[in-house]
Design a binder for this molecule. Structure first.
Ligand SMILES: [Zn+2]
Length: 445
C-alpha cells in the first residue's frame, strides 16, 4: 500500500517497514489430540526431530508454492530497482524533469511552491512510468499465488490513496530539503540526512493514527477472552497498555500478521483479523509475546538510530554522485545544480542503487531484531508450540527452509526453520511448556 512512497523514498520505506512490519502470524481450528504432555516433554527431547516434525506439517504443494513466491521476490528487488532507475533516466534524458521545473517556475515565483509543484508532477509521472511493474507485482502476482482478497477496483483505489499520501508526505520532506540545499550548498548532505531521519520519525509517529486507518479499519479488540490474556502479558512486561487494536487486513489479503507501530504515545499493538480467526489462544499469546518484545526492547528507537547511520552514509554518497553526474550530463539534462529541483531523478537513481546494494545489511539489521523479539516472546509467553505453529503459517508466504546464505541476503525475518529451531530449543529446557494439542494441530485454516 505504501508502494509509491517506498519506490521514491527507500529510506522512508526502511523506517516504515522496520516500524510497521514487525510482523508475526497464526493457524487452524484446534484439533482434538489430547496426548500425554509428559510424552512430548520426555527428558530425551530431540530438538532436531521436533523441528523436522513441525516442518513436515506443511504439505509439499504448499511449500513449493511458498518457495516459488518468495524466491520470485528476490528477483523483484532487482527489477524494482532497475525499473525505478529506468524511469528516472527517462525523465532526465527526455528533459521532462527540466520541463516540470520550468512549468512550476511559470506558475509561481515562490520557491517553496515551485518545489511542491515539481513534486506533484514528479510523483504522478514516476507512478505512471512504473505502473506496469506495480500492477504485476501488487495485483496479478498476488492473485496468482492466492494471497490477495482484493478486486481490481479496490486495489487500484489503494494505489491512488498511496499516491495521495506520497504527494502530501513527500512535499513535507522535499520543500524544506531543497531550502536546506540552497542555503548550505555543498555542505547540505549531513543536515539533509538529519532532516530525513527526523522526517522518518515523524512519519512513524503519525502513521498508526493518520495513515494506516486510511487503508484499513482499526478498532479496539473487544473479545475479553482474547483481550485479557494479552493485556495481562503486556502489563506483566511493563507496558501500560489498556487497548489492543484489531484491523481488517482480510480486506487486502489472507496473510496472518501483527505489528507494533508508532512512536512514543502513538505506539500501539495491532493484530490482524486473519490472525484472530485462524489462531488458537496459545498462538495469539506467542505472537503477542513477540510484539511485546519489539516494544520492550525499544526496537523502534534502535531502528531509527541504525537506519539513521545508513541514511547518513547514503546522503554522503548522494552528494558525491550528484556532483559527478551533473558535471558530466547536467548540460544535456538541463539540470544545473544540486539546488535545482529538477535534480530529483538523479537523487533517486543514486539512492535506489545504494539501497539495492545495502539490501543484505538492512535485512540483517531487521532480521536480528526479529530474532530478539522471538526470544523475548518465548520467555514472556512460554508457548513454544504455539510459536512453532505461527511460524508455519508465516511459511505460507515466506520460504520455510532456505540455505544460510540465502537467509542472510534476502530474509528480513528469520526463516521458519530458524524460528522453530529456537522454539524447540527453548521447549527442550522447559518441557512443562509443551502443548500436545498445538503439536497435533494441522496446518491450515
Ligand atoms: Zn516482529
Amino acid at each position: 500500500m505504501f508502494r509509491t512512497v517506498c519506490r521514491l523514498f527507500p529510506a522512508v520505506l526502511l523506517l516504515i517497514a522496520a516500524n510497521l512490519a514487525l510482523g508475526q502470524a497464526a493457524g487452524a481450528p484446534p484439533s482434538s489430540a489430547p496426548a500425554s504432555p509428559s510424552a512430548a516433554a520426555a527428558p530425551a527431547f530431540d530438538v532436531d526431530a521436533a523441528v523436522e516434525a513441525y516442518l513436515a506439517k506443511m504439505p509439499a504443494a504448499g511449500k513449493a508454492r511458498s518457495d516459488a513466491y518468495f524466491e520470485g521476490g528476490y528477483w523483484l528487488i532487482l527489477w524494482d530497482t532497475l525499473a525505478t532507475i529506468g524511469a528516472m533516466w527517462l525523465l532526465l534524458h527526455l528533459r521532462w524533469s527540466a520541463r516540470m521545473r520550468d512549468l512550476a517556475g511559470r506558475i509561481t515565483r515562490l520557491r517553496a511552491l515551485q518545489t511542491a509543484l515539481y513534486w506533484v508532477q514528479f510523483v504522478i509521472l514516476a507512478s505512471v512510468l512504473t505502473f506496469p511493474l506495480t500492477l504485476y507485482e501488487g495485483y496479478f502476482r498476488e492473485h496468482q499465488y492466492g494471497l490477495s482478497n482484493q478486486g481490481f477496483a479496490a486495489w487500484l483505489g489503494d494505489q491512488l490513496l498511496g499516491m495521495a499520501v506520497a504527494l502530501v508526505l513527500g512535499a513535507i520532506l522535499i520543500v524544506p530539503l531543497f531550502a536546506l540545499v540552497r542555503r548550505l550548498e555543498t555542505r547540505w548532505w549531513a543536515w539533509g540526512a538529519a532532516l530525513m531521519i527526523a522526517f522518518s520519525g515523524f512519519v512513524s509517529l503519525i502513521a498508526p493514527v493518520y495513515i494506516a486507518p486510511l487503508f484499513n479499519h482499526y478498532e479496539i479488540l473487544r473479545d475479553p477472552a482474547i483481550r485479557e490474556p494479552i493485556l495481562k502479558l503486556a502489563r506483566a512486561n511493563g507496558i501500560p497498555a489498556t487497548d489492543v487494536y484489531e484491523f481488517d487486513a482480510s480486506r487486502q489479503s489472507n496473510r496472518v500478521s501483527a505489528n507494533v507501530s508508532g512512536f512514543a504515545n502513538t505506539m500501539r499493538i495491532s493484530l490482524n483479523d486473519n490472525l484472530l480467526e485462524r489462531c488458537t489462544p496459545a498462538e495469539i499469546e506467542a505472537t503477542m509475546g513477540h510484539e511485546i518484545g519489539h516494544y520492550v526492547l525499544n526496537h523502534a528507537y534502535k531502528g531509527l538510530i541504525i537506519f539513521g547511520i545508513v541514511i547518513l552514509a547514503g546522503f554522503a554518497l548522494l552528494n558525491r554522485g550528484i556532483g559527478l553526474a551533473l558535471a558530466r550530463w547536467g548540460g544535456a539534462w538541463q539540470v544545473h545544480a544540486v539546488s535545482d529541483v529538477a535534480v530529483l531523478p538523479v537523487a533517486v537513481i543514486v539512492l535506489s542503487a545504494y539501497f539495492f546494494l545495502m539490501t543484505p545489511v538492512i535485512n540483517s539489521v531487521t532480521r536480528t531484531m526479529e530474532f530478539e523479539a522471538d526470544m523475548y516472546g518465548l520467555n514472556a509467553a512460554r508457548q513454544p508450540d504455539g510459536e512453532a505453529n505461527v511460524d508455519l503459517m508465516l511459511g505460507e508466504y515466506r520460504k520455510l527452509d532456505p540455505g544460510p546464505i540465502e537467509e542472510f541476503l534476502f530474509f528480513d525475518h528469520p526463516s521458519g526453520r530458524t524460528r522453530i529451531t529456537a522454539a524447540m530449543r527453548w521447549k527442550a529446557q522447559y518441557p512443562e511448556s509443551a502443548s500436545a494439542a498445538e503439536m497435533a494441530r494441522p496446518l491450515g485454516r
